[in-house]
Design a protein around this ligand. Structure first.
Ligand SMILES: C[S@@+](CC[C@H](N)C(=O)[O-])C[C@H]1O[C@@H](n2cnc3c(N)ncnc32)[C@H](O)[C@@H]1O
Length: 233
């Protein structure tokens, strides 16, 4: 377990070794989170809110494992990665072997609906509902059911050149923002509370037909949420 503070650059190097999904399906929005964005989320969770080291962590819709493996690398007590995609989870397992973290993460191939139990921390980069409307709601609901503290990414309503320029110039690569009405209402309707929201820039290569540019750059909001459960393990 890592007791010392891990340098962000070392975390980013580890995450960049984690292979992307070899055949991503647009219907499941199977793109892989960029290493820099994953490192920023994990760094905030671990060192701003103390929600990773010695904690039980679940990564819902883990894909090829960047968030789960990053949590294990930072010193989580127990990590579970869950995804409906067999190839995604197989790749995640191979990534865990490659990074020497094989014994630190349990991988499960299933729909998140099948997940029960309590975890200190949920990490998730869910489908944004671009392909299947409301796909993100199911993830939020499950996270609020099983998690004490939730780190969840959603498409931001902040956009425009000036905002992106400000984000690029920011030292932390984040800007604190207000939550969207939808997320706020949804979380409060499920007895959760939004503690903070950080806007960040996501850049992914052209990978699906509906991507019209060589690279796709957009703003996402990381929501830090206190769930309704209290995990006692
Ligand atoms: C945007 S990708 C994120 C992957 C990974 N967490 C990352 O950030 O690199 C969303 C993931 O959710 C998974 N997914 C979609 N619907 C799911 C469901 N109902 N149950 C479990 N996983 C699901 C997809 O297979 C995909 O890997």
């Amino acid at each position: 377990m890592q007791k010392r503070l891990v340098r962000k650059i070392d975390l980013e190097i580890l995450l960049s070794q984690i292979k992307l999904h070899p055949s991503p399906k647009p219907s499941l929005e199977q793109y892989t989170i960029p290493a820099d964005v994953a490192a920023t989320i994990l760094y905030i969770a671990a060192y701003t809110y103390n929600d990773i080291i010695d904690k039980t962590v679940i990564d819902l819709g883990c894909g090829t494992g960047r968030l789960a493996l990053g949590a294990a690398f930072l010193g989580a007590k127990q990590v579970v990665g869950v995804d409906i995609g067999r190839t995604a989870v197989r790749t995640a397992y191979k990534n865990s072997e490659k990074t020497g973290l094989k014994n630190k993460v349990q991988w499960v191939i299933t729909d998140i609906n099948a997940i029960h139990g309590k975890f200190n921390t949920v990490l998730q980069n869910p489908p944004f509902g671009v392909q299947r409307r409301k796909a993100d709601r199911k993830f939020l609901e499950k996270a609020l059911e099983v998690g004490d503290r939730i780190y969840t990414l959603h498409k931001s309503f902040h956009k425009g050149k000036a905002f992106i320029k400000k984000l690029k110039a920011s030292r932390t690569n984040t800007i604190p923002v207000f939550p969207s009405n939808f997320v706020k209402k949804f979380v409060e309707g499920h007895n959760g509370r939004i503690k903070a929201v950080y806007a960040m820039l996501m850049t992914i290569p052209h990978m699906f037909n509906f991507h019209t540019k060589r690279k796709h750059e957009f703003v996402v909001d990381l929501h830090v949420i206190e769930g309704k459960t209290k995990c006692t393990v």
